[in-house]
Design a protein around this ligand. Structure first.
Ligand code: UDP
Length: 236
C-alpha cells in the first residue's frame, strides 16, 4: 500500500466524555495515530473528514430547510473539522495541507488533483475538506471519488462507535452478529449492509477500489491497517 485515503467521520472528533463538538484530546489521539503511521517510509496519506459532529444536511432538510442549503452547511462543517485535524497533526510534526472543494482562499487551498498528488509525494498529509462541493452527498462518496481520482490503492474507513468492521447484523442490537474478515461489494449490496453510503459502495465496486472498515479508535489500528494486517473487514 503506497497511497491511501482515510475516511473519518466528524463524530470521530467528538467524545462522549466531553460536551465539545471537537474534543481536543480525541483529535490529538487521531493526529498521533496519523503522524505515527506516517513514519513508515513511502506512505502517502490523504484524509477525508466528515462533518456529522457539526451538521448533517439531511437533518436540516427533515426540518424543512432547502436541501442544497443545508448540505452546504454540512460541507462547511467539514472544513472546521479539517482545520482542527490540520492543527493537531502539525503539532505532531507532520506537514499537512487542507484542500477544499469549495473555494475559500483565506482558509484552504482549492482542490486541484495534480497539486494534491504533489503534496502527497512530498510526504504531506492532505486533508480533503468540503466533500465534493456538491449537495446530496455525504463524505463517504468523496472519499471514494477522491481515492479514484488520485489513484489511491485503498480506502480505509475508520469507525469510532465500537463497531469494528462489517457484520451480518447490527452488533449493537444483535449480540450474536458475526463480523466478516472479507466480503465482496456484491454481498454488501445484496444484503444491504450499511457499512458506507451505497453511492460510495457502488463507486468503489465500479472502480475496483478496495475498502477496509476498521476501528480507528483502537491504538495502533491505523498502522496495522496500513501495514495490510487483517483488521476489521476488507471489502473488494
Ligand atoms: N456534504 C455534501 N456534499 C459532500 C459531502 C458532504 O453535501 O460532498 C454535506 C452533507 O450535508 C453531509 C455533511 O456535509 O451530511 C457532513 O458530512 P457527513 O454526513 O458525511 O459527515 P460524517 O457522517 O462523515 O461525519
Amino acid at each position: 500500500m503506497r497511497r491511501v485515503v482515510l475516511k473519518l467521520s466528524g463524530e470521530a472528533l467528538a467524545s462522549p466524555a466531553s460536551d465539545e463538538t471537537i474534543d481536543a484530546s480525541t483529535v490529538d489521539f487521531l493526529a498521533r495515530e496519523i503522524a505515527g503511521a506516517m513514519q513508515r517510509g513511502g506512505l502517502e496519506l490523504a484524509v477525508v473528514v466528515g462533518g456529522g459532529n457539526i451538521w448533517r444536511g439531511a437533518t436540516g432538510a427533515m426540518a424543512g430547510m432547502n436541501r442544497a442549503n443545508s448540505d452546504l452547511m454540512g460541507m462547511l462543517g467539514t472544513v472546521i473539522n479539517a482545520l482542527a485535524l490540520q492543527d493537531a497533526i502539525e503539532s505532531h510534526g507532520r506537514a499537512t495541507r487542507v484542500m477544499s472543494a469549495i473555494s475559500m482562499d483565506q482558509v484552504a487551498e482549492p482542490y486541484i488533483r495534480r497539486r494534491a498528488v504533489r503534496h502527497l509525494e512530498k510526504g504531506r498529509v492532505v486533508i480533503f475538506a468540503a466533500g465534493m462541493g456538491n449537495p446530496y452527498f455525504t463524505t463517504d462518496t468523496p472519499a471514494a471519488q477522491r481515492a479514484a481520482e488520485i489513484e489511491a490503492d485503498i480506502v480505509l474507513k475508520g469507525t469510532h462507535g465500537g463497531v469494528d468492521g462489517v457484520y451480518d447484523d447490527d452488533p449493537r442490537v444483535n449480540a450474536s452478529a458475526v463480523r466478516f474478515d472479507e466480503i465482496s461489494f456484491d454481498q454488501v449490496i445484496a444484503r444491504d449492509l450499511r457499512v458506507m453510503d451505497m453511492t460510495a459502495i457502488t463507486f468503489c465496486k465500479d472502480n475496483r477500489l478496495p475498502l477496509r472498515i476498521f476501528d480507528l479508535m483502537a491504538p495502533g489500528n491505523l498502522g496495522r491497517a496500513l501495514d495490510g494486517h487483517a483488521v476489521g473487514t476488507l471489502v473488494q
